[in-house]
Design a protein around this ligand. Structure first.
Ligand code: XMP
Length: 347
């Protein structure tokens, strides 16, 4: 629309004016916010932008490939895919405590990211600016920002954390006065695909906090395959990413294309792999395998959540497919707890 075009034009002009001919770096997570900033910067400054995608091996099935395809084929930016899977696997090998997982994954991200910034500088392309997808609610949540016009903080998960010693970037935050639904609208107007624009919330530490206990390659493989089935079935049932979320009478109302209206969107739906095995039977054989926990919640802000009352038919299809298609899994359970007292994630 005209309004969206003019918002984009203004943002593009502002980025050009701020950046001049300097180099900009941006950490792509695969999420909506960083992707929209990347698309805006791509439009504004093209190859002056280096997008750094740190692949920790903890994203869902096919996500790394999808991110790479969008920012190499569709947008003309400098794209760096950091294959950090082995380093993360080694760092996480013996870690079971959830907050410890978060700390390791977060701090390794900045190690990887600053290594790329350093390499660019040594290659004669010093980086002056850091672009990031801070949106308006992030600023509210993190409280008052440090003032003085100095770039002194950086977004990590829900927080703004300090830069490491001796590191300085000027910040570019073109989304800092937008709400999430506006950011999604911008993304669509910029041509980002639906699987990015309508991506469900996904934690920064990724699948590591959906594998209870130690994270191994085998468990990651099992969880990725099971989670892919969960998403496929729920997307197909149209409870998923494909619907428009609209505002009506102050209540969030989701309109299923050609289908019934549902009062609140299914906010997140995913698989969890617990650290136990149970006995099953297949043919004449006893099996001893993993269960998969299915989690699907309705929420409007993740502060509270209700377990989603999914139809038995859908639950049955997901269960049937997981036990027949994912080797090593012989049982599926559905988490019927709301938040509080549970949380959305299991760790
Ligand atoms: P909980 O599990 O606390 O989650 O009910 C609330 C929302 O936050 C997401 N979440 C995270 N997001 N880093 C993130 O970026 C994290 O460490 C993290 N932990 C939880 C969760 O997916 C849900 O949307």
């Amino acid at each position: 629309t005209w309004k969206m075009d003019s918002i984009i034009d203004d943002a593009v002009e502002a980025i050009r004016a701020q950046v001049g001919d300097a180099r900009v770096i941006l950490g792509l997570s695969g999420g909506v916010d960083s992707s929209v900033v990347a698309a805006l910067c791509a439009k504004a400054i093209g190859k002056q932008l280096t997008c750094v995608f740190v692949n920790h091996g903890l994203l869902r099935k096919n996500e790394p490939e999808e991110v790479e395809a969008v920012f190499t084929k569709q947008f003309d930016v400098d794209f760096v895919h950091v294959h950090a899977e082995d380093r993360y696997a080694a760092l996480l090998a013996d870690v079971t405590e959830p907050e410890e997982k978060r700390r390791i994954i977060g701090s390794q991200f900045w190690e990887e990211f600053f290594t790329v910034a350093q390499d660019l500088a040594e290659g004669g392309r010093p980086v002056k600016f850091l672009a990031q997808g801070t949106i308006y609610p992030d600023i509210i949540e993190s409280g008052a920002r440090k003032t003085g016009g100095k770039a002194s903080t950086i977004k990590s998960h829900h927080n703004l954390i300090p830069f490491p010693e001796g590191v300085h970037f000027d910040l570019i935050e073109p989304l800092d006065h937008f709400f999430k639904d506006e950011v999604r609208a911008l993304g669509t107007a910029l041509g980002l695909p639906d699987h990015i624009v309508h991506r469900q919330p996904f934690p920064g530490p990724g699948l590591a906090i959906r594998i209870i206990g130690t994270v191994t390659r085998d468990k990651l493989h099992v969880l990725k395959e099971a989670d892919a089935i969960v998403r496929e079935e729920l997307d197909a049932y149209n409870i998923g990413v494909n619907e428009a979320v609209g505002e009506r009478g102050g209540e969030l109302v989701r309109t299923t294309p050609g289908g019934p209206e549902v009062e609140r969107p299914v906010w997140q739906y995913f698989a969890v792999l617990p650290d136990i095995k149970s006995v099953g039977v297949m043919g004449d054989e006893r099996t001893y395998g993993y269960p998969i926990i299915l989690r699907a919640v309705e929420s409007s802000d993740a502060m509270t959540a209700d377990w989603a009352k999914l139809p038995y038919e859908v639950l049955g299809r997901i269960s049937g497919r997981i036990v027949s298609e994912v080797p090593g899994v012989n049982r599926v359970a559905y988490d019927i707890t709301s938040k509080p007292p549970a949380t959305i994630e299991w760790e």
